[in-house]
Design a protein around this ligand. Structure first.
Ligand code: 5RP
Length: 262
């Protein structure tokens, strides 16, 4: 089973497995979306089934909600939880200040709402997600379908005065049709290559009518658990200014690795 996983998948797995240790009995936990977050949900499901861990999970997408229920996690809505102890989620990029680009999986809106409503946000990522400057990964921006092309033109025009290296954008597709988010919106991917001032860009984009939210997570993430393909993990905490290292034995576990769909 182990042989079938690529080094990147192993890195995602060990980051997720290590971060699952943050969840304690009685917590309300935001559950991210994406392949790394899917490992987390599976690891937490295993702790529920095998160790009797009791917590409530708030998923950030219908995909995550389905998986969480499948593995035995009690799922509640954000409004039922009101406030969360912790959110654990993946990222497309993170920099040295733990600012992020998210939304590669199209769930940035719920992800940002849930992370912002949490005492602590922990990002789980393979080392390939670390960048010096954000922007190589196209920045996802969720826009309402009404007049999306006008919104796109407005965004591209505004980018002229921003500290970025590109300003082309594309509508995310799902086959032949535009991708539709859980909230019924579309996603524009901004090919910026380099974002010089992510904080300013995030504020400016969100001021445009038609924009619902952008994938820049500024000052939201507290901790990143970085996974490596050889089982090493590094835990970087921006508030404490600490870096801790650990190593996880990559134990083959039929239950955990069976039927991994995401
Ligand atoms: C979904 C996200 C994901 O966290 C991000 O795309 C990373 O995904 P993966 O863990 O599959 O690499 O933001 O909207």
């Amino acid at each position: 089973m182990t042989g079938e996983l690529s080094p990147i998948d192993k890195a995602k797995f060990v980051a997720a497995k290590r971060a699952a240790d943050y969840v304690e009995d009685g917590m309300r936990v935001g559950l991210g979306t994406g392949s790394t977050a899917a490992w987390l949900v599976r690891c937490l499901g295993e702790r529920v089934r095998e160790d009797g861990l009791r917590f409530k999970g708030v998923p950030t997408s219908t995909r995550t909600a389905e998986l969480a229920r499948d593995v035995g996690i009690e799922v509640i809505s954000l409004d039922e939880a009101r406030w969360l102890d912790i959110t654990i989620d993946g990222a497309d990029e993170f920099d040295g200040d733990l600012n992020l680009i998210k939304g590669g999986g199209g769930a940035l809106l719920q992800e940002k709402i849930v992370a912002t409503a949490s005492d602590r946000m922990v990002v789980i990522a393979d080392i390939g997600k670390e960048v010096e400057t954000l922007g190589a990964f196209p920045l996802p921006v969720e826009v309402i379908p009404f007049g999306w092309q006008t919104t796109q033109a407005l965004i591209e025009e505004t980018l002229i005065s921003m500290d970025v290296m590109g300003r082309h954008s594309s509508l995310r597709m799902n086959g032949e049709a535009p991708f539709v988010t859980d909230e019924g919106n579309h996603i524009l991917d901004l090919h910026l290559h380099r974002i010089g001032n992510a904080r300013q860009l995030a504020l400016v984009i969100n001021q445009m009518p038609g924009v619902v939210e952008n994938g820049l997570f500024i000052d939201i993430c507290d901790t990143v658990v970085v996974g490596y393909g050889d089982g090493r993990v590094e835990i970087r905490d921006i508030n404490e200014g600490t870096v801790e290292t650990d190593r996880l034995d990559f134990v083959e576990d039929d239950n955990l690795f069976r039927d991994l769909a995401d």
